[in-house]
Design a binder for this molecule. Structure first.
Ligand code: F6R
Length: 260
């Protein structure tokens, strides 16, 4: 993994946007993005949007697949990931809504929807750049602890911890759905590149588990250690429990990822 530690959340967004833009350029003109929702990637999306506005990046023919979607929220609910992706990705990045897909959490046959989603990713040629955040329990997508490391897109039951963490987007934790459709860990591993962003002290244990912990289902994001092209961009607070932080800083300087 390439681990890049920067001082502030704003710099996480800017650096991760630069990495993503570089990877996307390699697949121009029809890159396939995998997109996370939540707070972590917002700065990254803003950085990409700025590049689109200035003409440095053109995503008009790009495709995107969301990582996940709640089961049972009305499509038009402001916190449905369909809406969040429209608001934070499709519109600001100048993407064609017909080329952006979010799992249908209201499908009458959810298993069929999951199979169809997997097929659609393959038919698009696979994901070039998968953007992921990480939960406090190290979930990626909504792959909660005990997920098979080979799992595919399916319905997952959310942990209380995850529902509490996401309660900030709703009026109360009772409104947070109990289930979600999520790309599996195996699905995420199929992406050609992964960019993980995390900020804040609450993510420090998860980041340490993902980067340095044993690979295992207790901390599902640790499976990214098996992927050959992962960039982890974190701020100082999220990096606080990395045992080898100084080594990562030295490596990032040697690669030219950060000045100094
Ligand atoms: C969202 C997703 C989740 C989030 C994670 C962190 O699509 O897949 O894994 O990335 O829960 O959420 P934030 O960034 O809001 O802390």
């Amino acid at each position: 993994m390439d681990v890049v530690i920067v001082p502030t959340p704003a710099e996480v967004g800017e650096h991760a946007a630069a990495v993503t833009a570089r990877l996307v350029a390699a697949s121009f003109p029809e890159p396939v993005l995998g997109v996370a929702t939540g707070s972590s990637p917002l700065g990254l999306y803003q950085g990409l949007a700025a590049r689109v506005r200035s003409g440095q990046l053109d995503l008009a023919r790009a495709r995107a697949f969301a990582l996940d979607e709640y089961v049972g929220l009305p499509d038009a609910h402001p916190e449905s990931y369909r809406e969040v992706v429209r608001r934070t990705v499709t519109e600001p990045l100048g993407m064609d809504p017909a080329r952006v897909r979010v799992p249908d959490g209201n499908a009458s046959d959810l298993d069929a929807e999951c199979r169809d989603y997997e097929r659609a990713i393959v038919e698009a040629g696979g994901v070039d750049v998968q953007i992921v955040g990480v939960g406090v329990n190290a979930h990626i997508g909504f792959n909660e602890p005990a997920t098979s490391l080979a799992s595919r897109t399916r319905v997952e039951i959310l942990t209380d911890e995850t529902r509490q963490a996401n309660a900030r987007f709703f009026d109360s934790v009772d409104e947070v759905p109990r289930r979600a459709v999520t790309q599996g860990l195996g699905t995420i591993l199929d992406a050609r590149n992964v960019v993980l962003v995390a900020t804040g002290a609450a993510k420090a244990a998860a980041v340490a588990a993902v980067v340095e912990g044993p690979v295992g289902a207790r901390w599902p994001g640790s499976v990214l250690q098996l992927h050959p092209a992962v960039t982890v961009v974190v701020d100082e607070e999220a990096a606080a429990r990395l045992e080898l932080a100084d080594y990562y800083r030295e490596m990032a300087r040697a690669r030219g990822d950060v000045a100094g």
